[in-house]
Design a protein around this ligand. Sequence first.
Ligand SMILES: [Zn+2]
Length: 332
Amino acid sequence: MTAYNWGLATCISEYEATKKRLSAITLHKGLVAEVKSENTWYYEVSKCAPQQALRDLERAFKNFLTIPKRGFPKFKKKGKKDSFYLEGSIKILKGNYIKLPRIGIVKTYEILPSVPVKNVTISKRANNWYISFKYDLESEPNPTPKQRDIIGVDVGINTLATCSDGTKYANVKAYKQAKKRLTRYQRRVQKKEPGSKNRAKAVKKLARVHKKVADIRADTLHKLTTWLAKNHSTIVIEDLNVSGMLKNHKLASAIADCGFYEFKRQLSYKCEWYGSELIIADRFYPSSQLCSQCGHQQKMPLHKRTYKCYYCGLETDRDFNAAVNLENYARQ
Ligand SMILES: [Zn+2]
């Protein structure tokens, strides 16, 4: 039984008998007296977890009594929303490791901001664990000196990102290899008989490759978005939507793979951190069709890797032309 459910049961019997409600402190004393002596394991994770549960309960019960139409607190079902609260010595270690009281060092999928953290909530959904905490914006990294004023960024198939200063972020070799391996392992799973031990083994291997691809992808994206936000005052990107990307066969790149949304999300918060501005070009801005030199517009089918302007004669890489157009977009 969770501390919350134990507390709710105690509150109900008290309320029925005396019409009084119990404070979180009284409840916690009762919990210690009744539960701890028999179940020492209960306090192993953290004593703060049941304390916070009882504080939540106190609030829920008070709301029920004082706010009209507020429902009676419900018992929590196991597995529906499993979560607990931790406080104490919490420390974020180099990027994506966090040290938690009683639990130890945990690796997270996402890079964490290097900020002081007082408490965290850990929850479980499906088979994944989530950690969440609040922090002040003020303690975040300060604006950085910028090397360039405006940069346009084109995200694409062959190259992960092409920038208007000429920088190209290639799809990492390791990523391409892992992707190939992924296709191979997927085929292996399909060949095995459903329900067989060999299939289970193949599925396990496939999951490992999936994880590897996801790790490389996250790492590459973080490097790219950090570099952009740290070194440029204004960053201009296209407004891509998923269906548009499917149409453009852009799915082979790491950006397309984890969703353009994630790229945009990372850029947004990092621009805020490092004091730069993110501009998202209008959905209908024809960044790949315009000539970045004279502004002439022409059709650019996907197989054409070079932009050859029929008007002024400019000849340049298709993605680079688009990136310069995005930079020009901010100058308009
Ligand atoms: Zn031209």
